[in-house]
Design a binder for this molecule. Structure first.
Ligand code: PGA
Length: 251
């Protein structure tokens, strides 16, 4: 089973509306209407609506960086799935390590968000990954297994197939340090095996697992050549059209 590569740019808390539209336009101009990889860009909430207009009729799709699981109500500062859908969002990043580290994201809230997103017709990008301490202490497998099983608790096979998993070793995010292609691939194989346990071989052969953590033009080709690396979730290198495009369209 060959899986179409999926490259997503996570812009984090960067770009004003003007910056975002400019960056999106540069990407759209280069990519056009068709690509042999799936592409998403995930700007901050404030820019989704305008960026949605820029990428309309291109092969570039829109993602959000988080979502709240409730449908509406007194949740100051939060954004619901239907709000995201109303501005043209297709994907939503859930369980990013920065949410886990700084904003009290837990396996339980990840699961609630994944459940709500799927019910609303959004496609989750579920992030898992270990910290440096967890890797050094040998807890990596336990942590990744707990995060993965936690995220998919109660999710049907059909819905689970609509998700993407992003393996993001926390020690490699924004640090310039990257997992070696073998480290990344080993982790991806481990995650795919967990997924096999949950949903069977066929589903596991279809689910895409992105690598995230300082993926950049210099290392993307080798990472993406690994058997189980099906794309990338790109932070820093997605903020410049040229470097994002070199990952999407390697020379
Ligand atoms: P990075 O971020 O590419 O800047 O390391 C990746 C991510 O956090 O999604």
């Amino acid at each position: 089973m060959s899986r179409k590569k999926f490259i997503a740019g996570n812009w984090k808390m960067n770009t004003t509306v003007d910056d975002a539209c400019r960056l999106a336009q540069e990407i759209v101009t280069a990519v056009g209407k068709a690509t042999d990889v799936d592409i998403a860009i995930c700007p901050p909430y404030t820019n989704l609506s305008e960026v949605s207009k820029v990428i309309k009729e291109s092969a570039v799709t829109l993602g959000a960086q988080d979502v709240h699981w409730e449908t509406s109500g007194a949740y100051t500062g939060k954004v619901s799935c239907s709000m995201l859908k109303s501005v043209g969002v297709t994907y939503v990043i859930i369980g990013h390590s920065e949410q886990r580290q700084y904003f009290h994201e837990t396996d339980e809230t990840v699961n609630k968000k994944v459940t709500a997103a799927l019910a609303a017709g959004l496609l989750p990008i579920v992030c898992v990954g270990e910290t440096l301490d967890e890797r050094k202490s040998g807890a990596m497998d336990t942590v990744i297994e707990r995060q993965t099983k936690g995220a998919f608790r109660g999710i049907s096979r059909e819905d689970a197939l609509k998700c993407t998993i992003a393996y993001e070793p926390v020690w490699a995010i924004g640090t310039g340090e990257t997992a070696t292609p073998k480290q990344a691939n080993d982790a991806h194989i481990f995650i795919r095996n967990i997924y096999t346990g949950l949903y069977g071989d066929q589903a596991a052969s279809q689910i895409r697992i992105q690598y995230g953590g300082s993926m950049k033009p210099e290392n993307a080709k080798e990472l993406l050549a690994q058997s189980d690396v099906d794309g990338g979730l790109i932070g820093g290198a997605s903020l410049k059209a040229a470097s994002f495009l070199r990952i999407v369209q390697p020379a």
